[in-house]
Design a protein around this ligand. Structure first.
Ligand code: NDP
Length: 287
């Protein structure tokens, strides 16, 4: 029987509805509208689309958004000055710096300059540390999206073997840590794989839950998946056939019990997690 599809769009709609209610309650109780400041440097078309979508998502749940668009030749000091101003601005609860930044700007310096209480992407080292210690202020958006996909589809995690392929700071590494923590939506036994992992297929075939964040189109094929496994495909690759994931959908579908599509899997939920973090940030600052 082909795998059950884990529909990220439907789940994102449901969570957006929940968030819209929570935002309305927050506004009623505090007289303040949660506000996200999006910072966009340069004119990269993909980044412009991402920021436009994120602002539209905000609209849908009643979060206010601001766009701070700077030219491609902005200096690091100019960008840091804007971040400092947004850090001080009490009307701004969350700050999102759209990546990538132009080459003259060190992304790390900018992300570390964001007030950790407004760091809705959870990229600041203080927030990364809190995640590692199992007492997160914000959860990083894509790992949180993967966790929600599993939890809300009733896929057991505790005691299962989760294999994460890819160890980036924004996806694989924090996700491996989150799934291995004590507590709800966690308690997995985790294996973290990367480009230096020998015989990757031997490990992926042991996974009850296989999560792939590599950035290579159709990299994981059905023969690398344990029959009955849950497969979460984080990858987004632009090919001549359109957007495809890191998992070969056709062959994986014949083996896995549950599988996320691309598009329409992790992506829409990642965007929702940013909204949840913005509401959390508003709560921190208005307390
Ligand atoms: P990175 O390029 O930062 O990391 C890729 C990881 O894959 C690295 O850890 C790398 O290993 C590993 N890798 C590369 N080749 C192999 C291989 N042959 N075998 C095993 N591991 C390998 O990517 P990101 O984590 O930023 O993104 C991964 C994918 O997820 C991309 O397609 C991206 O577009 C997508 N993405 C999707 C999001 C969503 O919302 N759905 C959000 C963010 C990303 P090593 O460390 O050894 O180099």
């Amino acid at each position: 029987m082909p795998a059950q599809l884990l529909d990220g769009n439907a789940l994102a709609r449901q969570i957006r509805m929940e968030l819209a209610e929570q935002v309305a309650d927050f506004i009623e109780n505090n007289g303040v509208v949660p506000t996200l400041a999006a910072v966009l440097v340069g004119d990269d078309p993909a980044s412009q689309v991402y920021v436009r979508n994120k602002r539209r998502d905000c609209d849908q749940v009643g979060i206010q958004s601001q766009l701070h668009a700077l030219p491609a030749d902005t200096t690091q000091d100019e960008l840091l000055a804007l971040i400092a101003r947004l850090n001080r601005d009490e009307a701004v609860h969350g700050i999102l710096v759209q990546l990538p930044l132009p080459p003259q700007i060190a992304a790390r310096a900018v992300l570390e300059a964001v007030n950790p209480h407004k760091d809705v992407d959870a990229f600041h080292p203080e927030n990364v540390g809190l995640v590692v210690q199992g007492r997160p202020r914000f959860l990083p958006c894509t790992p949180a999206a993967v966790q929600q996909l599993l939890v809300r589809n009733g896929i057991p995690i505790a005691g299962r073997h989760a294999v994460v392929v890819g160890r980036s700071d924004i996806v694989g590494k924090p996700l491996a840590i989150m799934l291995g923590q004590r507590g709800t939506g966690a308690d997995a036994t985790v294996t973290l794989c990367h480009s230096r992992t020998p015989d990757l297929a031997a490990i992926t075939r042991l996974a009850d839950i296989l999560i792939v964040a590599v950035g290579r189109a159709r990299f994981i094929t059905g023969d690398m998946i344990r029959p009955g496994a849950t497969v979460i495909d984080v990858g987004i690759n632009r090919t001549d056939d359109g957007l495809v994931g890191d998992v070969d959908f056709q062959s994986a579908r014949e083996v896995a019990a549950a599988l996320t599509p691309v598009p329409g899997g992790v992506g829409p939920l990642t965007r929702v997690m940013l909204l949840a973090n913005t509401l959390t940030a508003a709560g921190l600052l208005e307390r």
